[in-house]
Ligand binder design. Structure first.
Ligand SMILES: Cc1cc2nc3c(=O)[nH]c(=O)nc-3n(C[C@H](O)[C@H](O)[C@H](O)COP(=O)(O)OP(=O)(O)OC[C@H]3O[C@@H](n4cnc5c(N)ncnc54)[C@H](O)[C@@H]3O)c2cc1C
Length: 442
């Protein structure tokens, strides 16, 4: 049974999906919403979206997500969201040295927009380096063997600013926020003591020891979901990719203003520089790193005992990014990278999300997870899925149902994901690599 609109609702996690959930529940009439986050501020530095920008595009191998992304893009163009959306265009390419997997993925992604009634008019094929230079006059690199296309109706959103704006909007409309590593951090879900099946989730316990009662608890912990719901860890794996930046001068920033997002499937992607910080963000593409607990098979972001490597990206990722720059903007190719980080998301083998009631919990507990590294663009509409779930009383989309009885296998399948090139590594190997690099420099 759906909760009454005045019943207490606890949303755990104030990242992209938790904030969107709060917004849509508020808009649907809920008046007693509290959002909790382990971070002391919004945007949370733990969020996968704690970043300058994220790609907003509708290219997918599966038209279900193309249609969702189109809906999200249309919502990005409304007053609440539009200040953070930049429809600068999106160029997808492969280099002359790209593996077949990257070329195939590009063709499939193009297929989803090339004949689409909304996008087809905005697609331009790019078959030689001159075609790229016509769109990016700033490109002075050789663009060896570059092939791809330009999609005019895509771009990026400023992800940290979008989270701040929605947070302020919610706080101003009566949604309560409890933040911080003690009061805001959820450590345990609480269940009724009557041993009924299905059991009832009655709220959660915070790291401070305080119990918070709620008629409906919604877990939006991104890569951390399995911390509270270990069963989801059988198919949702915390995974990280690296992010690097180059500090530009004001003039350099002006020079690159207006460039489309460039996504080179076998190397990485970059964005128009951020005018406020003058940072130019780059991400290498690859299969990422996981942190598998050998006894449970569950991957969670590292905690205090195994700190994530800071101010560091793997050598293989740096090589990809420097190649990307040499091919496109060679004057930046040897600049130092700053604000390097590893950024965590919740991955699934088929890149499907989970938006469902937790099995055997009488619809008092919902989990949203498995963003698979493509969930930020959906921020404007994610909460609608929760409102629909509450209305329907069950998840009618089998692809988004909580997967049960998978057991633990500890095996990673990241390498098989069609849109990832490379091999998934374990984070402890990365930390060992980092230590070797630091020692070699001493
Ligand atoms: C490098 C990188 C690049 C990406 N690029 C794109 C892109 O271009 N386009 C795109 O659409 N998506 C992209 N994504 C994915 C996007 O960031 C995620 O899909 C999105 O952030 C998922 O939102 P979420 O709310 O599920 O998780 P998050 O945004 O990670 O939020 C989880 C929240 O839970 C909080 N939390 C964790 N544990 C606790 C606890 N115990 N108690 C309380 N709070 C807790 C955290 O502090 C955090 O605020 C990218 C991700 C990465 C890592």
């Amino acid at each position: 049974m759906a909760p009454e609109k005045t019943d207490p609702v606890a949303i755990l996690g104030a990242g992209a999906w938790g904030l969107s959930t709060a917004l849509h529940l508020l808009n649907s009439g809920h008046t007693n919403i509290t959002v909790f986050d382990q971070a002391s501020q919004i945007p949370s530095p733990y969020s996968g979206a704690y970043d300058l920008n994220k790609i907003v595009r509708a290219e997918y191998e599966d038209e279900f997500y193309t249609e969702l992304a189109l809906k999200a893009i249309n919502t990005w163009k409304t007053p609440l969201w539009g200040g953070n959306f930049h429809q600068v265009g999106y160029v997808v390419a492969t280099t002359g040295a790209a593996p077949e997997k990257a070329v195939k993925h590009l063709q499939k992604a193009l297929g989803s927009v090339k004949n689409h009634p909304v996008f087809s008019g905005g697609i331009t094929p790019l078959s030689k380096s001159r075609d790229f230079k016509d769109i990016y006059w700033q490109f002075t690199g050789p663009l060896n063997g570059f092939r791809g296309y330009h999609n005019r109706l895509a771009g990026y959103a400023h992800s940290s600013n979008a989270m701040v704006d929605i947070y302020q909007h919610l706080a101003g409309r009566g949604v309560k926020f409890v933040l911080g590593p003690l009061e805001g951090k959820a450590v345990k879900l609480l269940y009724s003591r009557d041993h009924n099946t299905p059991r009832s989730c009655t709220g959660f316990q915070a790291a401070s020891g305080e119990n918070h009662n709620a008629s409906l608890t919604i877990v939006c912990l991104g890569a951390w979901a399995a911390k509270l719901l270990p069963d989801i860890g059988s198919y949702v794996k915390a995974k990280c990719w690296s992010v690097a930046h180059i500090q530009l001068t004001e003039r350099e920033c002006d020079y690159l203003r207006g460039i489309p997002v460039l996504n080179v499937r076998d190397l990485g992607f970059f964005f128009e520089p951020d005018p406020a910080t003058r940072l130019f963000k780059l991400c290498p593409l690859g299969a990422g790193y996981i942190n598998t607990n050998k006894s449970t098979g569950i991957s969670l972001p590292p905690g205090e005992s195994l700190p994530a490597p800071r101010d560091y990206i793997p050598a293989i990722d740096e090589k990809k990014l420097r190649t990307l720059l040499r091919e496109t903007l060679p004057w930046l190719a040897d600049r130092p990278f700053v604000d390097n980080k590893m950024c965590w998301f919740a991955d699934t083998d088929d890149s499907e999300y989970t938006v469902d009631f937790v099995p055997s919990t009488d619809n008092s507990l919902i989990v949203l997870s498995g963003d698979s590294g493509h969930g930020f663009k959906m921020m404007p509409i994610v909460g609608e899925w929760v409102v629909q779930l509450l209305k329907d009383g069950k998840q009618n989309l089998s692809r988004w149902q909580f997967r049960q009885n998978l057991g633990k296998d500890g095996r990673d399948w990241g390498d098989q994901v069609s849109w990832r090139i490379g091999t998934t590594g374990e984070i402890d190997e990365l930390i060992a690599e980092k230590d070797r690099v630091v020692k070699a420099r001493l």
